[in-house]
Write a protein that binds this ligand. Structure first.
Ligand code: SF4
Ligand code: SF4
Length: 246
């Protein structure tokens, strides 16, 4: 197994890196992957491919369950041809480049989020992941971490991923141990199957019942990102109920 190193970096530290079709390792990083998807990754990909969330999940992803938490997780399937490269890899590069998942955007950086048990404050740290197969580090293209984040259009992904992490961290504190079947289904629907969640709300709720203005109700009916933001708050209430303020 090749050795990789992680070099801690601050937002204004500089690193040299460039990835383009001319590098000798082009596509190497997409060849042997187990690509986890966040809820916002799924949202962007299903929009890019103009599919419903259910069809996208069925066609392109596999479902797993966190063994200790019971939290459902989705990963991209691998290509049938070889069984290990990413389903979106092509000789020309990533077929969904404009909507590629957050970890593909962030690479070669890794973004690590932690929350203080005492104050509840979130801290973000970055590291540069250096893997021998990746020749992008040999390109003479310096940039700061801040510049890399801006150039890869990661901010909206980070914002939504942090909201998701907030719920996972709450779950770990308040409900240690695996989720039960009902909780797991709710998690899965809100996290990954947004179009089914929208239908579920329409069938079971009204704006009055959810205490939403007609304008907010219309927004979550029409806008996937607003629906996901609402869903993460709704899920918090549905799973943790009265002690969700902790
Ligand atoms: S989604 Fe695109 S960038 Fe990410 S692993 Fe797959 S092919 Fe590579
Ligand atoms: S330079 Fe690195 S990120 Fe780019 S294709 Fe090569 S292995 Fe992948």
């Amino acid at each position: 197994m090749e050795e990789q190193i992680l070099i801690p970096l601050s937002l204004d530290d500089t690193f040299k890196f460039s990835c383009h079709a001319g590098v000798s390792c082009f596509n190497e990083c997409c060849r042997d992957v187990n690509q986890f998807l966040t809820p916002y990754d799924v949202l962007r990909l299903k929009q890019h491919l103009k599919m419903t969330s259910s069809d996208f999940l069925e066609t392109y992803t596999s479902r797993h369950i966190g063994p200790e938490t019971g939290i459902p997780v989705r990963t991209l399937k691998n290509r049938r041809e070889d069984g290990f490269s990413c389903i979106f890899m092509s000789p020309e590069g990533c077929r969904v480049y404009d909507s590629r998942p957050s970890s593909c955007r962030t690479y070669p950086l890794a973004r690590m989020l932690s929350r203080s048990r005492e104050t509840g404050k979130m801290t973000v740290q970055y590291g540069l992941l250096v893997e021998p197969h990746c020749k992008g580090h040999e390109e003479n293209h310096p940039q700061t971490v801040r510049e890399w984040i801006a150039s890869q259009d990661i901010a909206s992904y980070d914002d939504m991923n942090d909201r998701m992490m907030d719920i996972i961290s709450l779950k770990n504190r308040l409900l240690p141990g695996p989720l039960d079947d009902g909780q797991r289904q709710l998690f899965h629907m809100v996290y990954y199957d947004l179009d089914t969640f929208r239908q579920y709300l329409t069938d079971n709720y009204s704006c009055q019942k959810l205490n939403l203005s007609a304008e907010s109700w219309k927004m979550i009916q029409e806008n996937d990102t607003e629906l996901l933001k609402f869903g993460l708050v709704w899920l918090r209430h549905a799973i943790f109920g009265s002690f969700s303020h902790q």
